[in-house]
Design a protein around this ligand. Structure first.
Ligand code: ADP
Length: 157
């Protein structure tokens, strides 16, 4: 059983995240979406809402589980029994950031390998920040935020 941890802030989950999970499921048997709660970013949405929205997106799919964590991502991966970490790469800054984290993780726990998927051009421009901006100014969220959660996101903001 190949298990991967897909860690992030998911503030909120976007169609870009969904695409990575969808493709990740072709490689892994099980994906744990890990919502990090102690990053330096101060989130817009509560951790409860972020988890609820992710769960809604994968309702009925036993291969995807949602968990929250604090502390180092590699520690959490080991705790979950995940041998892999899944990350998406959109553009050069993502690569620069991930490269250093990868070196650190391999130093800490060589047993956990990170697998990177290059974003498809259709979704590479999507970020949680962009989705939050569109919500704020009342723009159309089709194709940016998962349809399952659009109404709920609008009601919270
Ligand atoms: P983090 O704060 O860890 O970057 P995010 O929620 O922003 O958390 O992103 C989680 C993961 O999803 C990261 O690996 C990020 O690169 C990836 N990701 C986010 N948006 C996209 C996208 N549009 N296409 C591909 N990967 C993405």
């Amino acid at each position: 059983m190949r298990t991967a941890l897909f860690p992030g802030s998911f503030d909120p989950i976007t169609c870009g995240h969904l695409e990575i999970v969808r493709r990740g499921l072709k490689i892994f048997d099980r994906i744990i979406v890990g919502v990090g709660v102690n990053t330096s970013k101060s989130p817009t949405f509560s951790v409860e809402k972020r988890v609820e929205w992710i769960e809604k997106c994968f309702e009925g799919d036993g291969r995807v589980e949602v968990k929250t964590y604090s502390g180092l991502t590699v520690h959490f991966a080991r705790e979950c029994g995940a041998e892999f970490i899944l990350r998406g790469l959109r553009a050069a800054p993502d690569f620069e950031y991930e490269k250093n984290i990868d070196l650190l993780n391999n130093h800490l726990f060589p047993g956990v390998q990170t697998v990177y998927l290059i974003a498809f051009p259709e979704t590479a421009h999507i970020s949680s920040t962009l989705v939050r901006e569109v919500i704020r100014f009342g723009g159309i969220l089709d194709g940016l935020a998962p349809p399952h959660i659009v109404e709920d996101i609008r009601s919270v903001q």
